[in-house]
Design a protein around this ligand. Structure first.
Ligand code: HEM
Length: 290
């Protein structure tokens, strides 16, 4: 009997274009995700170019691009939970695209910030070197660039098990990005609180053990716990970093008189995600049309 040699697994074909799937076929779904990711940037650039961004257009655009950057970064971290909660393995096929989009939004954020400083690159460098929150943001940009650079199939093969370890740093980078958002916020930290709440949910989900990760009751409990933690974090931020009445701001989370507060958005999003396993069960039970 001839000895069988262990064959190396065939290299997976790489996709040069984001709208092609791993087999190189056109994927309308991937194209839709790509368009969805590009839309906020296109709208932002269009509003800026047509002078519709208010009295301080470059500042406003810098803020908007930063907000998009952190949202897309958090979205990239949500792909794995979505895969398990919705039992949707296909979700993982667009994780890289979302991660690279986050990097693109950070670069757009930096580009617009340079525009705000009249394209004076020396001023940009000196601001980044002297303001802690900008140095922090720049550190996150460097970290995300390394992850983007090593996100290819080739790097994944070359780095082997080290690849996962390197890419886990994304959680630290996201935490630093949230801190950057807090440190730049003046009297209102709504966007930073929202990002922090979503980040806490993502971290909480990772702490759940395997069998609870797609359990609707565990997800409900996680949402409520993260709501409380977000309210607490918001309270601590306003109590220590501003002169605003922190207790009254925290109380506003118990009703809707002040509109929907960031922690309430986090709760609503968490509850919606917790519904997914129930909706899936319902869909499976309902009779299919003949
Ligand atoms: C080179 C690096 C960076 C620079 C120079 C930079 C610069 C800035 C500036 C100047 C602001 C304040 C805008 C204002 O209020 O006038 C800001 C806000 C912000 N940045 Fe960055 N940033 C950098 C990296 C990042 C990264 C890596 C992220 C996230 C992934 C990010 C997310 C944000 C967010 C969420 C805000 C707050 C937006 C809001 O208030 O709604 N930034 N950044």
């Amino acid at each position: 009997m001839s000895r069988r040699t262990a064959a190396a697994p065939p290299a997976r074909p790489t996709t040069p274009w984001p709208w092609l799937d791993r087999g190189g076929r056109f994927s309308p779904f991937r194209l839709s995700v790509l368009i969805g990711l590009c839309c906020p940037a296109l709208v932002l650039v269009w509003l800026l170019a047509t002078g519709q961004m208010g009295a301080e257009p470059w500042k406003e655009a810098t803020r908007d691009a930063g907000a998009h950057a952190i949202h897309v970064l958090l979205l990239s971290l949500f792909v794995t939970p979505l895969r398990w909660i919705a039992d949707w393995p296909k979700a993982l096929t667009f994780r890289r695209m979302v991660g690279l989009a986050a990097l693109a939004y950070v670069l757009l954020h930096l580009t617009i910030y340079s525009g705000d400083l009249a394209w004076n690159l020396l001023a940009v460098v000196s601001e980044i070197a002297t303001r802690v929150y900008l140095t922090l943001g720049f550190g996150v940009l460097v970290g995300l660039s390394v992850l983007g650079w090593t996100s290819t199939d080739g790097s994944q093969r070359r780095l082997g098990p080290k690849w996962k370890k390197i890419h886990r740093w994304v959680y630290v980078l996201a935490a630093l990005a949230v801190l950057h958002a807090f440190l730049q916020s003046k009297s209102r930290a709504d966007d930073a609180v929202l990002a922090a709440g979503f980040y806490l949910w993502l971290m909480g989900w990772r702490l759940l053990s395997g069998r609870w990760r797609a359990d609707p009751w565990a997800l409900l409990a996680l949402s409520v716990a993260v709501f409380a933690a977000t309210v607490g974090l918001e309270f601590v931020w306003y109590a220590t970093a501003s002169r605003l009445p922190a207790a009254r701001i925290a109380e506003a989370n118990l009703g809707f008189d002040a509109g929907i507060r960031p922690a309430q958005w986090v709760l609503l999003a968490g509850l919606s995600v917790a519904m997914i396993p129930w909706l899936r069960r319902l869909a499976r039970r309902s009779p299919r049309p003949a």
